[in-house]
Design a protein around this ligand. Sequence first.
Ligand code: NDP
Length: 289
Amino acid sequence: MALIDGNLIAQQVLQEVKTRVATLAPQVPHVAFVRVGDDPASVSYVNKKQKTAAEVGMKASLKLFPDTVSKEELFAHLDSLNADDTVHGILVQAPLPKHLPETEVFNRISPDKDVDGFTTASIGRLVQEVPGAFAACTPAGIIEMLKRSGVVTAGKHAVVVGRSLIVGKPAALLLLAKGLDATVTVCNSRTKDLAAITRQADILVAAIGKPHFIKGDMVSEGAVVIDVGINRIPDATKKTGYRLVGDVDFDAVAPKASLITPVPGGVGPMTVAMLMKNTLDACERTRKK
Ligand code: NDP
């Protein structure tokens, strides 16, 4: 078994982004964040993304709205960002308060600035395999990790457990696309005899949201295992009272896997790195226009 080191690969991606950003001067790629309310996880995610943007020489702006903001007010702000030529990427941090329909909000973002890849247009472009389509950052990060770890996907059976719009579905589409050429099976909570399917996986992507869900007997010898899950479980030995674990029972699965991502330090760091890459790509495209 060998570990796929997400921290290391993310650093490589960010270093490459930083080098490319420097060549664009005096133009500076600009990602505009929009946060509604004070959900602690959202605050910490946006902070991390802003900090990383600064580290690679990008501009990151942040507009905060109270969780009482109206749809109209939020849309007016997104329209102004869409119209602003100095803004290359726009990211509305989810989750949003219940009165704001997430899909409608995401779709207000210009597809050319949709660096999070959540608009209907971006997902359509992904299905159509339009070159340069923005893919959601977590699945894009998974593909980057596989490529940089030398994993051959063509002709391999990739099993994706989970069908969410932010992870499972786009991960499956990317693996299926020409160039990666995997044979893809996508599972959900109604899948029968899940273990019989996951055992067929040459590449297993677990995006379920349940701690240690994938057990040792659900994985075949030599499989490549990508654990997307980030779950908090109680841990009295930690100051915080919890620790983070993935959707894969790492101790049981790792001895069978040829390659496996740890949690933390696997897919997580890649998500932010790919956001920076998407923003840079968006900026470079505006120069070519
Ligand atoms: P969702 O809850 O949106 O989706 C979970 C998926 O898992 C659903 O499609 C669900 O099926 C499926 N599922 C649930 N139970 C089972 C089961 N028993 N058997 C088979 N499938 C099942 O989660 P997300 O996709 O948003 O996230 C998944 C995990 O990845 C979470 O732990 C999340 O924290 C993490 N995550 C990590 C990121 C990172 O940067 N590393 C980024 C985003 C997410 P159904 O559709 O039938 O309900």
